[in-house]
Design a protein around this ligand. Structure first.
Ligand code: ZN
Ligand code: ZN
Length: 421
């Protein structure tokens, strides 16, 4: 039987890894500039963490989780997203008792059982940013500014910022009732999924892509026009803050986000390079979540992005760079004595910090030079028995073909002074 990777997974081979490393470096540098520190959490959690944290009525929890029993019969789930487990860790380690806001970012694989398509996998990667312990609208603005800086640093400049406010536990129930009444009068126009949503999560009907549903919701009540005074003031300050820092946005009343835990500000970034399906991440406030998961009342705001989508978007704009690095030096050797000396020299170069590769198979000099050329090495050290007897090596600079005779005793220092990073 032939072995192959499970459907919906993606092997990231060494030639592609440089692009990932490039993007991950920009994520780390940007997050750290904004004062966020990395957090690393397990790939699986007790199922309860997501059932409670993400919400029982969400698509993720109902249909998409990889849930299994371990050998002692506990129900565990591969993490489908990052926020619920950051909240779990925040409560478990009593981080609410330390300096607030608690500002962290994460990068790593997530797991959802979805229909695989371009840029969407069952094991996919996200980075996310969370700030827990402050209700300040300034944090909402910062949370929108951060991914914009990051995308610009990575080379993406064309996107739209969509924002909305979906209110809080005070104002949302009344809005929800108004919306449900409006939708109930238009039942026959709604798709089967939306008829289900109507009972349990009517806000989701607003972001249905079905043309019939879109038409039916054209004149639906807008959440940002039904906010309580506190939510209204909060949202006004967020909008004024975005204006003040020069971030242009679209007020989008259909933007509700799929997860139950959001409140007040929600936002999405939409890339303008991949057609219609080009959400470049989103987030919002989740002021009630920490308390709902058993911690003290703690306002919070966060953001997450799928890395695969982002990489595709960078590729489409020819903006994807690579952090993959070629060897600086290649050691080519001919003859038994020279070969054993070649390893010694290569080890000394590596010890000195030079990325060094060599031939292991006693191939012809021509074959070794070809490999060196393909590897992208800047210099090739050529070592034959004659050179060895004379205590020297020939060193060729690949870019120019220029060749020098260098004494073996000083060859490491000689190369250290010449290679580029
Ligand atoms: Zn409110
Ligand atoms: Zn629908």
């Amino acid at each position: 039987m032939e072995l192959f990777a499970p459907r919906g997974t993606n092997d990231i081979l060494p030639d592609a890894v440089g692009g990932w490393q490039y993007l991950e470096r920009i994520v780390r540098e940007t997050c750290e500039r904004y004062g966020y520190r990395e957090i690393r959490l397990p790939l699986f959690e007790h199922t309860e963490v997501f059932a409670r944290g993400v919400g029982e009525t969400t698509d993720i929890v109902e249909k998409e989780m990889y849930t299994f029993q371990d050998r002692s019969g506990r129900s565990l789930t591969l993490r489908p997203e990052g926020t619920a487990q950051v909240v779990r860790a925040f409560i478990e380690h009593k981080l609410y008792g330390k300096a607030l806001p608690f500002k962290v970012y994460y990068i790593g694989p997530m797991f959802r059982y979805e229909r695989p398509q371009k840029g969407r996998y069952r094991q996919f990667h996200q980075f996310g940013v969370e700030a827990l312990g402050s209700a300040s609208p300034l944090l909402d603005v910062e949370m929108i500014a951060l991914p914009i800086s990051l995308y610009r640093a990575a080379g993406l400049h064309e996107f739209e910022v969509h924002i909305n406010s979906i209110g809080c536990h005070v104002c949302r129930p009344a809005y929800r009732e108004k919306l449900t009444a409006y939708l109930s009068e238009r039942r026959e126009a709604l798709c089967p999924t939306c008829l289900e949503r109507l009972e349990r999560n009517p806000l989701r009907v607003l972001d249905c892509k079905n043309p019939g549903c879109r038409e039916a919701t054209e004149g639906a009540p807008k959440s940002h026009e039904h906010l309580c005074t506190e939510c209204h003031d909060h949202f006004s300050t967020v909008r004024a803050g975005l204006d003040a820092v020069g971030i242009r946005y679209v007020l989008n009343p259909r933007l509700v986000r799929g997860l139950d835990y959001y409140s007040r500000t929600v936002f999405e970034l939409i890339g303008l390079d991949l057609g219609a399906q080009d959400a470049l991440g989103g987030g919002g406030r989740y002021d009630g979540l920490v308390e709902q998961c058993g911690g003290p009342p703690t306002p919070a705001v966060g953001f997450a992005v799928g890395m695969e989508r982002l990489l595709l978007s960078l590729e489409a704009r020819d903006a994807l760079r690579s952090d993959g690095r070629a060897p600086q030096v290649y050691v080519a050797a001919l003859g038994d004595a020279a070969r054993s000396r070649a390893l010694e020299i290569a080890l000394a170069m590596r010890q000195a910090g030079l990325r060094t590769e060599l031939d292991y198979e006693d191939r012809s000099l021509k074959a070794q030079m070809r490999t060196a050329q393909r590897s992208g090495a800047q210099y090739v050290v050529i070592l034959g028995d004659d050179e060895l007897a004379a205590g020297r090596a020939a060193v060729r600079k690949m870019a120019t073909g220029e060749q020098s005779e260098v004494p073996l005793t000083g060859i490491v220092q000689w190369l250290e002074g010449r290679v580029n990073g």
